[in-house]
Design a protein around this ligand. Structure first.
Ligand code: NDP
Length: 499
């Protein structure tokens, strides 16, 4: 480990020393009811960096009870006062950006520059965006025509109550912010369940939320394993909604558990996104977009452009450019200078990805480069070199299933309608990319693609104002934008007799 990495870790030691008190109920951090802990590993070294509380159903019960009490104090504040708290959280995130980014990189493995600009930077903007919404949630007056007499009728957008937020490990602080900020702006109280692999930034965020003056009990957190703490949250009868990002299998479990209490759900369940390069595209930009589209965050991105469709006339040149760029990507500890790609989240995730590399080769695709475990000082971490497959058929497992790792499948296509059909021939529908200089084709194809987000001549762009979510098996409901906010409200019609 270089001295820069050790120094960065030393800089967050005080936060790591508080990790055992990661169950936050009614504003008070503490251990889990059982006193059990879960080790948190640095995926770049495999070393234990902290131990977080292993919360269970008993902790979730306490957290939901605190959130039920906290709801009142939050809703008694004026909209402007609630907005001020959210603005202050945004400012505190920016003030502690380096510390939060260091925790994120240590926990998840991604390069520090990504943590600073993408995770922490956008998280602060998300809080600011939803702070603005607090004073703008409004209903309508309705021109009703009752059969007798007359009425004045209007709608109110009301909070749902206590909501449960279940967050994965790929963008811990960012996705926590995507869900928490709109839930609070809409007047709800919250129980947050981060991934047990990446709870450190959420732990620090809880402290900053307290510092911003959030009334106790409005935001509660139970860290712990999904099947324990997560399952208790999705089954809890007093939780009105679950907003979840993660695997399709867990999403299906949440749908089943929600039936008993008819919880409202927002589910973001990943994808197998098609990135399409037409021959009239700026090919240098398209190659760069294809690389960041798949290799950002080690490919552990729900909207990763994992299926790259390249027009046959430019396919070989594009493949050569991708291979050369992929081979040049610098792997290393996320806290080390010059690192362009960190480790995967865990050894288990690397095993999963390697299973797909094997399946791809066995089914006849050509592994052009990558997919190897680097040696030397990286051998102890869960690193995998960026992989590119060519000669992939649409029916192969690597073309159909979400790999969630640095593995790009490249396909050749001949014409527009063919590629649109192939892009849409997926169970998923989260995102897609189109690279072309023909403005008519760009919009025509974007309109035909079955995906919640389509990027034209760019990839992986996100903004707090733009809704994000999936078609088909990629889930339902939306994160971000006004839609996310409205998803944390319910509409009430109020009728007043004027007779
Ligand atoms: P999961 O869906 O299991 O994890 C996502 C979140 O759900 C975590 O906070 C997890 O907790 C929680 N969880 C797990 N089981 C339950 C449950 N029974 N009830 C409630 N919450 C639960 O994903 P994995 O970590 O297992 O990753 C496997 C695959 O899922 C990846 O390879 C990828 O394909 C996909 N995935 C997609 C993501 C996306 O952004 N769409 C994000 C993460 C994964 P804990 O981690 O503490 O167990």
């Amino acid at each position: 480990m270089t001295s820069a990495v050790s120094e960065a870790i030393d800089g967050v030691r005080d936060v790591l020393s508080r990790a055992g008190d990661s169950v936050v109920v009614g504003g008070k951090p503490g251990p889990s009811a059982t006193g059990e802990v879960i080790d948190t590993l640095d995926p770049a070294t495999g070393e234990v960096v902290a131990s977080i509380a292993a919360g269970t159903a008993a902790d979730v019960d306490r957290a939901v009870a605190a959130a039920t009490r906290g709801l009142r104090s939050w809703q008694e504040l004026s909209a402007a006062a609630r907005a001020r708290v959210l603005y202050d959280i945004a400012a505190l995130i920016e003030e502690h950006a380096e510390q939060l980014a260091t925790l994120e990189t240590l926990d998840n493995g991604k390069p520090l520059t990504e943590s600073i600009f993408l995770d922490v930077g956008i998280a602060a903007e998300v809080w600011r965006y939803y702070a603005g919404w607090c004073t703008k949630i409004s209903g309508q007056t309705l021109p009703v025509s009752p059969p007798v007499g007359s009425s004045f009728t209007y709608t109110r957008r009301e909070a749902l109550g206590v909501v449960g937020l279940i967050v994965p490990w790929n963008f811990p602080l960012l996705i926590t912010s995507w869900k928490l900020a709109p839930a609070l702006a809409a007047g709800n109280s919250v129980v947050l369940k981060p991934s047990e692999m990446t709870s450190l930034s959420a732990l620090r965020l809880m402290e900053l939320i307290d510092e911003a003056g959030m009334p106790p009990g409005v935001v509660n957190m139970v860290t712990g394993y999904g099947p324990d703490a997560g399952q208790a949250l999705i089954e809890h009868p007093d939780v009105a909604k679950i907003s979840f990002t993660g695997s399709t299998a867990t999403g299906q479990r949440i749908v089943a558990a929600s039936a008993a209490s008819l919880k409202k759900l927002t589910l973001e369940l990943g994808g197998k996104s098609a990135n399409i390069v037409f021959p009239d595209a700026d090919l240098e930009n398209a190659a760069q977009g294809a690389l960041t589209g798949i290799f950002l965050n080690q490919g552990q991105v729900c909207c990763a452009g994992s299926r790259l469709y390249v027009h046959r006339s430019v396919h070989d040149d594009m493949l050569a450019a991708l291979e050369s760029a992929a081979r040049g990507i610098e792997l290393g500890h996320g806290l080390a200078d010059g690192t362009e790609m960190g480790p995967l989240i865990s050894a288990a995730q690397r095993d999963r990805v390697e299973g797909y590399l094997q399946a791809g080769t066995e089914q006849g695709a050509t592994l052009v480069c990558g997919g190897e475990r680097p040696g030397g000082e990286l051998a102890a971490g869960s690193f995998l070199t960026p992989a590119v497959f060519s000669g992939v058929r649409d029916d192969m497992r690597i073309a159909r299933e979400e790999i969630f790792g640095p593995v790009l499948s490249v396909f050749a296509f001949d014409d527009e309608s063919e590629v649109v059909g192939r892009a849409n021939g997926s169970d998923f529908g989260l995102a897609a990319g189109v690279w072309t200089s023909d403005i008519k084709r760009a919009h025509r194809v974007a309109h035909q693609l079955q995906a919640g987000t389509v990027w034209i001549n760019q990839y992986n762009m996100l903004d707090p104002a733009a809704p994000f979510g999936g078609y088909k098996a990629s889930g339902y409901g939306r994160d971000l934008g006004e839609e996310s906010l409205l998803g944390f409200t319910q509409t009430k019609s109020v009728w007043v007799s004027l007779d």
